[in-house]
Design a binder for this molecule. Structure first.
Ligand code: BGC
Length: 401
């Protein structure tokens, strides 16, 4: 086992392409199309080019890789298993092993089989069993390949976009449903956890949790402080409290630094704006690497579980900011470690450019650039080489401990 996991991540729908039996595919062909937004199509053709991607990851010094298995490809119709798709993922695991990349496998990363969504998805408690059955199938089929399993990616981001702000499938806006979905997702996780542990007690299981920094805007305004305390609890800890006895590690996805202000004009935005940091990503997201440190300390203190950074990165077309984000991020992570927090790894988002959901292909998160006009040509960005050198530096320090 490596003394620290250095790597990067991808998800199936965003990179493999042709996810035709998923709710997202359907959404792209209808709602997004009407809005003039681009569909995922072949994505980055990772389905065919995964070997090249893993070879590049290895070349860049990575020792681990996060990816997701697409339920809609495994079970395109209810009860019908596509054995060729299972075979494909077997080869994916083999290729990861060949390249000495420890797999971090996500089982649900935002996209669902269309049939499951049509049944009401995670809105209905009765549907949880379908998800658990799929998890069992994956657990049993890849019993000897799986190591770290992320059952659900960012439950609250999923529920927020799909059920609170009507931006992603199934385009609903109801606080009641939002809560219900979160509750059902937590039950789905707990049941999947139990079943997977039954298959192999050595599986390390957790979720990838999007946590944010909530900063009161005005130092002396008690309402700003109260609201930020509320969000800290509601966004960062609420879901984790539901599953606290069913996780071997906490996956931390960190991007956002929110500025909280008790202001009626901001009610629709949950009293939040983006914190005005000097550096912003191409998506106008704040850049605040210290937030990794603050989130790690908060999580470690509260749950005392190993933490793996399962996502952190930046949309940065010109590759100007990415190296700072990685360098400063790693500095803060290793500071948290020095102070006693058990952080096991850093998986940068993302290995290659990919399909950024309703923002299409424009945002560029990749350590590796994809040329969509030239047969998906992969080109390593300079920041990826900086990351490679940082890996070497930290590896040396870790080896001498
Ligand atoms: C998601 C990724 C996404 C990334 C950047 C995370 O919320 O897990 O799928 O690409 O953030 O937006």
């Amino acid at each position: 086992m490596p003394n620290f996991y250095f790597g990067a991540g991808l998800s199936a729908h965003q990179s493999e392409g042709n996810n035709q039996n998923s709710d997202w595919w359907d959404f792209e062909q209808t709602t997004l199309k009407e809005k003039g937004l681009e569909p995922s199509g072949q994505a980055t053709d990772h389905w065919h080019l995964y070997e090249e991607d893993f070879r590049l990851a290895k070349e860049l010094g990575h020792n681990s890789h996060r990816f997701s298995i697409e339920w809609a490809k495994i079970e395109p119709k209810q009860g019908q298993i596509d054995y060729a798709a299972l075979e494909h993922y077997k080869k994916v695991f083999e290729s990861l092993a060949k390249n000495k990349l420890t797999p971090f496998t996500t089982l649900f990363h935002f996209s669902l089989p269309k049939w499951f969504a049509d049944l009401g998805g995670f809105e209905k408690k009765a549907n949880i069993r379908h998800f658990v059955n799929y998890c069992k199938l994956i657990g049993a089929t890849f019993r000897n390949d799986l190591q770290y399993i992320i059952t659900i990616n960012e439950p609250e981001i999923y529920a927020y976009h799909g059920y609170l702000i009507k931006k992603w499938p199934p385009l609903k806006k109801s606080f009641l449903l939002y809560n219900k979905v979160l509750k059902n997702l937590s039950q789905a996780h707990r049941e999947a956890y139990e079943s997977l542990k039954g298959i192999n007690p050595d599986f390390q299981i957790g979720v990838a949790k999007n946590n944010q920094i909530f900063q009161a805007d005005r130092k002396n305004n008690p309402f700003d402080h109260l609201i930020s305390i509320f969000f800290k609890y509601r966004w960062n800890l609420f879901f984790l409290n539901y599953i606290k006895n069913h996780q071997d590690f906490i996956g931390l996805n960190y991007y956002f630094y929110r500025c909280v202000r008790a202001d009626w004009k901001l009610v629709d935005d949950f009293c939040q704006t983006s914190y005005p940091t000097p550096r912003k990503s191409d998506m106008n997201w704040e850049i605040y690497p210290k937030g990794l440190y603050l989130n790690i300390l908060e999580l470690y203190k509260k749950y005392n579980k190993p933490i793996i950074i399962t996502e952190n990165g930046v949309a940065d077309h010109s590759d100007k900011l990415r190296e700072e984000v990685i360098k400063e991020g790693l500095d803060w992570i290793f500071k948290a470690r020095q102070e006693g927090a058990k952080v096991l790894g850093y998986l940068h988002w993302s290995l290659t450019d990919n399909y950024e959901w309703d923002s299409g292909f424009t945002p560029r998160f990749g350590l590796i650039k994809i040329d969509y006009d030239d047969a998906f040509l992969r080109t390593i960005r300079p920041s990826a080489l900086v990351y490679r050198d940082l890996i070497k530096k930290y590896q040396k320090l870790l080896d001498h401990k």
